[in-house]
Structures are given as C-alpha cells and as structure tokens.
Write a protein that binds this ligand. Structure first.
Ligand code: SAH
Length: 346
C-alpha cells in the first residue's frame, strides 16, 4: 500500500530495521513531513530508497501558481488514473489548504465544475491526508513569499462531497487531528447538505467547523441548483445543522455562491437572513466562478455588496469571500480534471 502509510502500518514498512525506526518514520510522515524520502536524513539509505517509491500515493502531474506565488494548485495523479486537485492559499498570517475528498462528485450541483464532470471514485483516507502532508512539506521546505511556513487551516472545499465519503473522511480527520496534531478548529468540513453525514459528524469527537453550501433559501430554487435538496430539503438540513451547532458549540457558516438573477434577489436575501439567524450562522458570499458547462453568471461586485448590505441590515454577519486562483482554474467550484478527460473532451 502506498503512503500515506497508515500510522499502524509503519512496523511493516521498516521491516527488519530496529523498532526506533518506526518512531523516526512516524515523525517524517506525520510531524515534520518532507517532499522527498531522501530528505529523511536520519534513516538509512536502504530505507530511504525503498520509501522513495512509496512515499506519496500519487505523482505530482501539474503544479500551477498565481497571485504572485501565494496561490498554488496541484494536480496529483493516483496510480489508477484518478485525479486529485488541491489548492494552497497563502496569506500574511495564515496558509489555508483546500483539499479534495473524492475524485469527481456525484451530486451534480448545476454551477460546479466538479459536479458537471461526474463521479469517479472516493478518495482513501491516506489520499486525503497525503494532500495535507504534501502542503505542509511544501510550506516547510519551499514556502510561499510572505506566508508562514506552517499550514494553519484546512478546508474540505476541493473536489467531492466529504460527507458522501464519510468513513474515509472520518479516518482522515482522525489522522490529521490525533496523529498530525492539527487542531480541530483549524479544519472546516463543507457540505452541500448530506444530512446523515452531518448527524454522524456531530457524534464524532472532534469539534471541526461545519460549512453549509446553501445557495438558495427555498426548496423550489434550491432543488433546481442542488439536486440533493430533493432528498434532504432545507428544513431537514437546518435541523441537522442546528444539532451540530448545539453539540459542538462551533459557529456554523453558510456558503452562498452569487448567481445573477438567480439567488441574488431581495426575496432570497430575506429568506436567507431568516435561516442564518435561526442557525446563528455566519454567511460567506462567493462570486460565482465561471465553469465551462454552466449557464449561470456571477452577480456583479456592486450587487454582491448590496446583497451583503441587505443581509447586514437584517442582523446577519456577512463576509464577501475573495477569489483566489481564477486564472489557473483553482477557484471555488472550478476544480476538476483538465488533462484529457474533461466533459467536453469526452
Ligand atoms: N461538496 C462540498 C465541498 C466542495 S464545494 C460543498 O458543496 O460544500 C466548495 C464550495 O464551492 C461550496 O460552497 C460550493 O458550493 C462552492 N462552489 C461550487 N461551484 C462554484 C462556482 N462555480 N463558483 C463559486 N463557488 C462554487
């Protein structure tokens, strides 16, 4: 099995080597990750050579950057051909990694590139954690201009629906928090509203942040944009989100992608405000990023600001999220597999 070798498999990996090698390797994988096995300086050459082949569960097929080197997108390719996209966004005081939980996505939200592409497969826990380990190693060893060398936040906002891949995402969270030592409050799980997944996450021990991708505040509109709303309508979603909030005491956030003439009306703002207030949630407005197959257009900047003002006047906390990496298709909803198997190529 390729890395990220599960912590409990390390004995097998070091083989005949003395048992303290397990601890050394554990540190290299989970505490102070490095990009290449040869950088694991206290391990014998033979072990390093063996690890060179199995360190990462994927090859780095493409690395792109934008925003003057402070946004980086990686396209990782698993041995079976599955593509995994990961985006690192550096700021003055933090570095946020946007990770994928599935190759593709089955939920088919109309405006999302990953949804337009369809579902390939679930990612394994090791493949999810490896994205985090890779970015940590990158920040430590190469870094970004003016950005801390430490990964401060991880968001499950790349490809896929994390709560539709619950068991593996759970194991990834466990390793990130209990093995890598990340704080639960540095992690955000973003969901389009898989209610049973929210309920299971509420029973897990870690108080990670939960983001709800709402996008529409009544069932008719929401079902037309986010098909899974037919199965888990807004009322059920609200119930699950409130339960999560009560159990964890973590402020919820609502993600709202601004689509011109679709969900940016005063009527939607009022309905959204009511939901946000019931849930005591913070609202993030995101300009729609264009995708090849979507008809929707983004609301104008001016209109987004106006929509935010309406929400504020109704007592809601709102942030207009900035967009990173648009030019390299690294922005929200743009992640998908470009190399030869995009929908229009197929
Ligand atoms: N499936 C999860 C996580 C992946 S999407 C979820 O839906 O939350 C991460 C965020 O990007 C979601 O809020 C999603 O609605 C938003 N998004 C998707 N497509 C987008 C697009 N074209 N422009 C802007 N945001 C988009």
């Amino acid at each position: 099995m390729p890395y990220l070798h599960a912590p409990e498999d390390l004995g097998e990996v070091v083989g005949e080597e003395p048992s303290y090698r397990v601890d050394q390797l554990h540190d290299w994988l989970y505490r102070t990750p490095v990009l290449h096995a040869e950088d694991m300086t206290n391990l014998p050459g033979r072990l390093r050579a063996q690890l060179a082949e199995t360190l990462w569960p994927f090859k780095v097929e493409m690395e792109q950057e934008s925003d003057r080197g402070t946004t980086k997108k990686w396209l990782f390719r698993a041995p079976d051909g599955a593509a995994i996209e990961t985006v690192l966004m550096g700021y003055r005081r933090r570095a946020t990694l946007c990770i994928s939980s599935q190759a593709g996505c089955a939920l088919a939200c109309t405006f999302c590139a990953t949804g337009q592409f369809g579902f390939e497969r679930h990612l394994e826990a090791g493949e999810i954690v490896a994205q985090v380990a890779y970015a940590r190693a990158f920040l430590r060893q190469i870094g970004m201009p003016g950005v801390p060398d430490r990964l401060t936040n991880v968001v499950f906002m790349g490809m896929g629906e994390p709560l539709a891949n619950y068991a593996r995402v759970r194991e990834a969270l466990r390793r990130m928090i209990e093995v890598m030592g990340m704080s639960a409050r540095s992690i955000t799980v973003s969901t389009v509203g898989v209610v049973p997944g929210i309920n299971r996450l509420a029973e897990d021990p870690w108080p990670v942040y939960l983001a709800i991708s709402l996008h529409a505040a009544d069932d008719e509109l929401r079902s037309s944009l986010v098909p899974i709303n037919r199965r888990y309508p807004i009322e059920k979603l609200e119930e699950a989100a409130w339960n999560y909030f009560e159990k964890k005491g973590r402020r919820l956030s609502i993600e709202w992608t601004m689509m011109d003439g679709v969900n940016d009306t005063d009527d939607q703002a009022r309905k959204l405000a009511a939901i946000a207030k019931r849930l005591r949630a913070h609202v993030n407005l995101i300009a729609l990023n264009p995708t090849p197959l979507s008809e929707e257009r983004s609301s104008s900047r001016l209109h987004i600001a106006e929509f935010a003002r309406v929400l504020e006047s109704l007592g809601v906390n709102v942030t207009i999220r900035d967009t990173r990496g648009k030019d390299i298709d690294a922005a929200c909803g743009q992640l998908r597999i470009m190399a030869g198997n995009s929908p229009e190529a197929g």
